[in-house]
Structures are given as structure tokens and as C-alpha cells.
Design a protein around this ligand. Structure first.
Ligand SMILES: *Cc1c(COP(=O)(O)O)cnc(C)c1O
Length: 390
């Protein structure tokens, strides 16, 4: 028996609410006409509010990696030295893109499960007296380890060093506070299919003033992701190439939902779900992979109990309960599983997920007491009740 709908508890793609899905099911329009200009203006304004920037935000037809590539190729030149502050798989990807386009990549090592240490970054930058480091590659929320950086602290650690801060905010933007202008971030990249609860297919990127100055000098090759072209077209209310119209309509509907909830309540909701999930996991006697002081608001990584096959666990959860969880990535493939709790996630999603997890662990011979995880999550929810809409 296969269940519909499933509880898609992945750190992307996330569940897309019915109205957001239906918003995309419309006849196509002329992307060089007035209706598209209105749509693009609506989503651009909404995204600026999400990025907390007065810079323009460019909508690209790509997944999140495309926006990361755009951040790099528009600000750097082959031979530039960049400091990769990777915390996991996605940080490594950011560094790989830079390397592929000819950057010299140095690394600031961070143990897996920890956040980048602002003091370590400050020390490394203080050693760079002749300012050879052109950019810092940062992941706001490292989805593979479920760790969230403090961009504010890292921005302070950069201080007056001229290195650009290029930020992968794919699994944080829309769920976590991100103040592009206030924190002096020079490029921010994100995508539609995570906290923005929109189908995959759109990626978004914005550059600061310093980022734009760098774009004028940058010599890395670029065509599809040339933001100078995107800027020229946005001035006319268009994109350089055919946009993914259904996703644009869906995004407009998703942004309307987000603004109806409000940015602050939305951030608080993600924090509650993360706290409830972590409390439940610990109450079941399982251990968290990430240092709890820097645990992500959007995804929780759980160590697999000794001897338990993560793939079998996730298959049983999906088959019997319709609960879809993510496995570990890269070196963590056999060590952890991950629960995504971002986007259109309610308390019901979390309680169902924990209940199903308890039943499945029990059926696979793990010594858990059913109900203890749920009780721990309920306790978090009861401590900080969600305002009831009247
Ligand atoms: C999902 C994700 C990406 C982008 O992945 P795509 O599959 O290209 O959308 C990048 N960085 C992080 C941190 C992510 O979670």
C-alpha cells in the first residue's frame, strides 16, 4: 500500500501546500509581456524582503547549485584565492565549484558536526596581511550535518578584511533569520524547494554593492549565469532566458503565505519544530550528530543506533507510515539519518514522524519506549504554545 500524501520530511524538496501547487497549474503566458513583468516584480519584492536586502534578487531557472555557481563566477577570477569554510558536503560543493573555475582554494577546517569558529576565522584573516584572500565561502546551514552557522558572528570576524562573504543559504533562507545588508553579506544564494515550499526549479541570488563592484572585474567565464545580463533584463521586468513560469506563480503564492504568517513567527515556528524534534530523539535514547549549541532550525541529524541499517529504517518508515526521511550523505551515509523540518511543517507532521519512528525502531529491535519521544516533543510545544488563529 502506498500512501498519499506522504509526510515528506526531507531537507528538500519539501512539501508544497495545495494552493502553492495549484498556482502553478495555469496556461502559459508571454514571458516578454506585461503579465510576466508584474509577476516578476511581485516575486522580486518578496525575495528582497526574505533576503532583507535593498539589492535586487535575481531569479534563475536552476536548482540551488546554479545560484552557488552564479555567486562564484560573477565575483571571482581564475587564480583568486578563496577561503573555504566548509562544514560538510554542501560546503565542499561550494569549494569544488570555485576550484573548477580556477580559484585557489584554501580551507579553514571545521570538525563535522560543529559550526565555523568565528575566532578561528578572525585569526586566519589577521594572518592574511596582504589581503590575498578574495572571498570566504560559507554555508549558512550545512544540511549534511544539520549545523547552522552564525553569519552575524562570522561577519564580525571578517571585520575590515576586504574578503567577500559568499553565502550558500539554500536550506536556511525562509526558515532562519538572514540579514544580507545588515550583516554585510556579498552574495547570497538560495532555491525554491526548501523553506520556500515551492517546487524545485528556481534559484535566487543577490549581490551587495561590493559584490557588484567585483562582478565588473570578475574574469571567470559565465554565460547562462551572467548576472550583468540578469540585471539588464530585470530593469525591463524580464529574465534573460525563458523563466520556469509555473514555479514563478507557485513562488508568488508561497511568498504570500509566508508574509501572511510573518517572518518572525515563521522563524520561531522552525525553532520550535527543531527543538521538539531534538527533544524527542534524545528522549528515545538516540543521539544527535550535531553539537546542540549550533543545531540547525531546519534539519536534525540523528546517529543510527549501533547495527541498525539506515536504509532499511527509512524504507520501513516510508512503506508503513508514509514518512519520508533522508539518509546521511558522503562519509556520513551509514552513520546518520536526517529529519527535515522546514517549509510547510506543522506540529502534526512532527508528532506523526516521531510516532512512526518509535514504532519502526521498536519493530526493528531497538529498545525504545513508545510514546516517550512524542511526550518530549509535546512538552516543547506545550511550553511555547503556538498562537491560535481566531
Ligand atoms: C539543497 C542544498 C543545496 C542545493 O542543492 P540543489 O540540489 O542544487 O538545489 C545547496 N546547499 C545546501 C546547504 C542545500 O541544503
Amino acid at each position: 500500500m502506498s500512501f498519499e500524501p506522504k509526510y515528506l520530511m526531507l531537507p528538500g524538496p519539501t512539501e508544497v501546500p495545495h494552493d502553492v501547487r495549484m498556482a502553478g497549474a495555469r496556461p502559459m503566458i508571454n514571458h516578454r509581456g506585461a503579465d510576466f513583468t508584474d509577476l516578476l516584480s511581485t516575486i522580486t519584492k518578496g525575495l528582497q524582503e526574505m533576503f532583507q536586502t535593498c539589492q535586487e534578487v535575481y531569479t534563475l531557472t536552476a536548482s540551488g547549485t546554479g545560484a552557488m555557481e552564479a555567486a562564484i563566477v560573477n565575483t571571482l577570477s581564475p587564480g583568486d584565492t578563496v577561503l573555504s569554510c566548509s562544514m560538510g558536503v554542501f560546503g565542499d560543493r561550494f569549494a569544488d565549484i570555485a576550484k573548477r573555475y580556477g580559484a585557489q582554494v584554501e580551507s579553514l577546517e571545521t570538525p563535522r558536526g560543529r559550526a565555523v569558529d568565528p575566532a578561528a576565522l578572525a585569526t586566519r584573516l589577521a594572518q592574511d596581511k596582504d589581503h590575498r584572500i578574495s572571498a570566504l565561502l560559507l554555508t549558512h546551514n550545512e544540511t549534511s550535518t544539520a549545523v547552522e552557522n552564525s553569519l552575524e558572528a562570522l561577519s564580525k570576524a571578517r571585520g575590515s578584511h576586504p574578503a567577500l562573504m559568499l553565502v550558500d543559504a539554500v536550506s536556511s533562507l525562509g526558515a532562519t533569520d538572514l540579514r544580507m545588508d545588515a550583516w554585510g553579506l556579498d552574495a547570497v544564494a538560495t532555491a525554491s524547494q526548501k523553506a520556500l515550499m515551492t517546487p524545485p526549479g528556481l534559484a535566487f541570488v543577490a549581490l551587495s554593492e561590493r559584490g557588484w563592484a567585483a562582478a565588473e572585474r570578475a574574469a571567470m567565464p559565465r554565460y547562462y549565469f551572467d548576472l550583468r545580463l540578469a540585471k539588464k533584463f530585470l530593469a525591463k521586468g524580464q529574465t534573460p532566458f525563458t523563466p520556469a513560469l509555473p514555479q514563478c506563480w507557485s513562488l508568488a503564492a508561497a511568498l504570500a503565505r509566508i508574509f501572511q504568517e510573518g517572518r518572525e513567527p515563521m522563524i520561531a515556528r522552525h525553532r520550535r519544530h527543531a527543538a521538539a524534534t531534538r527533544a524527542a530523539v534524545k528522549a528515545l535514547g538516540l543521539s544527535l550528530f550535531a553539537d546542540e549549541a549550533v543545531a540547525s532550525s531546519t534539519v536534525t541529524a540523528v546517529r543510527l543506533p549501533a547495527g541498525l541499517d539506515g536504509k532499511a529504517l527509512r524504507a520501513a518508515l516510508a512503506e508503513q507510515y508514509g514518512v519520508v526521511l533522508a539518509g546521511g550523505q558522503g562519509p556520513l551515509e551509514k552513520e546518520i539519518f536526517r529529519i527535515g523540518h522546514l517549509g510547510a511543517v506543522s506540529e502534526g507532521h512532527i508528532l506523526a514522524t516521531i510516532g512512526a519512528l518509535e514504532m519502526t525502531l521498536l519493530s526493528m529491535g531497538v529498545d525504545v519506549t513508545p510514546g516517550t519521544g512524542i511526550a518530549a516533543a509535546q512538552k516543547i510545544y506545550l511550553l511555547s504554545p503556538q498562537p491560535v488563529r481566531t
